[in-house]
Write a protein that binds this ligand. Structure first.
Ligand SMILES: [Ca+2]
Length: 152
């Protein structure tokens, strides 16, 4: 059987490896925050005082990939017009509408068109203000009319 010293050494080694893996995960999503509009402005829908840096994951600090993360990966981990137009969480608001790039014009380094009212593109039920959400096509058409009247 293992001595106390061996058990302690093993436990510390496991802890060390876990910390390195966690730090690696944090760095990974930190890098991707620069690649989407308002990547640093996404909040926890349950507590808007808290940020949600791991936007492509099911928790604010990481964990399994959510649908937005899957779509982001499928686009080569870049903000593309296709990713912008998708509604990853199926709430009726496109990823671009949720992240302040409603016209899908944003590129890395630019200021997004909107920096307030940012919502989570990977969590259904968190959608921009003045939007109906829930994927209701009738409500989506009302939104389209609203956007059209704002731009004309
Ligand atoms: Ca959405």
């Amino acid at each position: 059987m293992w001595s106390t010293v061996e058990r302690t050494t093993f436990a510390l080694s496991v802890l060390f490896v876990a910390l390195i893996l966690l730090a690696g995960e944090a760095r990974a999503y930190g890098m991707y925050q620069d690649r989407i509009p308002n990547g640093y402005n996404v909040k926890d829908p349950a507590d808007p005082r808290r940020s949600w840096p791991a936007i492509g994951h099911v928790t604010a600090s990481g964990g399994p990939i959510n649908q937005f993360g899957d779509d982001f990966n499928a686009q080569g981990r870049r903000w593309t017009i296709q990713l912008c137009r998708m509604d990853s969480d199926g709430d009726g608001a496109s990823n671009g509408e949720e992240l302040g790039d409603p016209d899908c014009e944003w590129r890395v380094g630019l200021e997004p068109k909107r920096t307030t009212g940012i919502t989570h593109p990977g969590m259904k039920g968190d959608y921009p203000p003045n939007m109906s959400g829930h994927g209701n096509s009738n409500l989506r058409s009302q939104k389209a009319v609203q956007i059209k009247s704002e731009t004309s």
